[in-house]
Design a protein around this ligand. Structure first.
Ligand SMILES: [Zn+2]
Length: 384
């Protein structure tokens, strides 16, 4: 994911994806400055309540919102700020502050122009869809780039860029999803680090975060959330306690589903929401090692029976992962290669084992066309 965002309190986050796209300390300085601009001008505080609703709506249909928010623990603010949207005026002000802060840090703010260009190209390459982060939260109109250009002064050119020191620091950075943190393949979810796997209902969307795996049905009428916790508590009592934390939940009955080789309990609840209709909820608590894995499956009462078999199927497919072919998946890494001055970018990619489908995007990471010839000694980013 290519993104940068700020949370109240002044913490600024930059993703691995955006770090891979940057080519100098000056670019990082402007992006950090931009985010600090949002914090200092109090933009995020103002937008937070609007955005909390957007975040929940983004994942599942509105009928599920309340129950889903409680199950997924969306009371915190961190994750939601990933989807923060600022107004055009806020963005312009943050750009201006970013330029000013970078300059005061003795970095050339002009580097922002090239960086915006790369962002735009990456957005075009993905048809504007595959970049959920910085591009969508930060509308990058040509007008905005023009505005930044107008803020630059002649003396900015004399300030630091620090290309090489930056590149040396991102050498070895993980690129793309880290499969050790979980990946989807042929209709199953695999988590090598925690050594588990389960099947995904056909066509369902998967959002994997460190705290939970969220699945939503194609029509967004149903959601399945998987969470894990270390506990020695009796499974039945544990599931009851989980349900008690959800406002308006009423026990309906047990389902005597069996999961081969693992102790598990499965309970069905009805949740009366304050707003919207009643929700059907299934809790499956499964013990594997020191952890208890909980599947919380939910859908509006009228839709629940339609999804019940898919809910049961996912829970029942949960299993310990022992196949080394999945356990030993390695992530892709960003690597640096010094150009010899004779090869084109494409020839460098080809000879250094960059997978062909990545050529267009890795060219953008380098800010160059595939046919261009990087001069001798220039550090070229490759991914493998
Ligand atoms: Zn912004």
């Amino acid at each position: 994911m290519v993104n940068a965002f700020a949370v109240p309190g002044g913490y600024v986050y930059v993703t691995r994806g955006i770090l891979a796209l940057m080519g100098s300390e000056a670019e990082l300085a402007v992006v950090l400055g931009h985010e600090l601009g949002h914090v200092n001008a109090r933009h995020s505080i103002r937008r937070m309540s609007e955005m909390m609703l957007a975040q929940i709506g983004l994942i599942v249909g509105s009928a599920l919102s309340e129950t889903f928010a409680q199950v997924a623990g969306l009371a915190g603010v961190g994750v939601q700020l990933l989807f923060l949207k600022y107004s055009r005026d806020d963005e312009r002000q943050a750009d201006a502050l970013g330029v000013e802060y970078a300059r005061k840090g003795v970095y050339n703010p002009g580097e922002m122009v090239a960086f915006f260009g790369s962002l735009q190209k990456l957005g075009d390459l993905s048809g504007g869809h595959a970049l959920p982060g910085f591009l969508s939260t930060h509308p990058l109109t040509s007008q905005r780039i023009e505005k930044v250009k107008q803020m630059l002064t002649a003396s900015d050119q004399t300030l630091e860029v620090k290309e090489r020191p930056y590149l040396m620091r991102v050498d070895g950075l993980i690129y793309g999803d880290d499969p050790r943190q979980g990946f989807v393949e042929a209709g199953r979810f695999y988590h090598p680090e925690m050594a588990f796997t389960f099947s995904i209902p056909k066509g369902w969307k998967v959002i994997n975060t460190p705290a939970q795996v969220v699945l939503s049905s194609p029509d967004e009428k149903a959601a399945l959330v998987l969470q894990a916790e270390k506990t020695t508590e009796d499974l039945s009592a544990y599931a009851r306690k989980k349900a008690d934390q959800i406002q308006g939940s009423q026990f309906v009955g047990d389902d005597n589903l069996k999961i081969p080789g693992l102790a598990s309990v499965h309970q069905v609840y009805k949740v009366n929401q304050q707003q919207g209709g009643a929700i059907g909820l299934r809790l499956s608590a499964i013990r594997k090692g020191e952890l208890v894995y909980t599947f919380s499956a939910m859908a509006g009462s009228s839709d629940f029976s339609r999804f019940n078999e898919e809910f049961r199927g996912s829970a029942q497919s949960f299993a310990h992962l022992s196949d080394p072919a999945y356990l030993n998946r390695r992530p892709r890494e960003l690597r640096l290669i010094e150009a010899n001055g004779r090869q084109t970018l494409q020839e460098i990619f080809s000879s250094s084992g960059v997978s062909k489908d990545l050529w267009p995007s890795v060219a953008i990471l380098n800010g160059m066309e595939l046919g261009a010839k990087p001069p001798q000694g220039q550090l070229v980013k490759v991914v493998r």
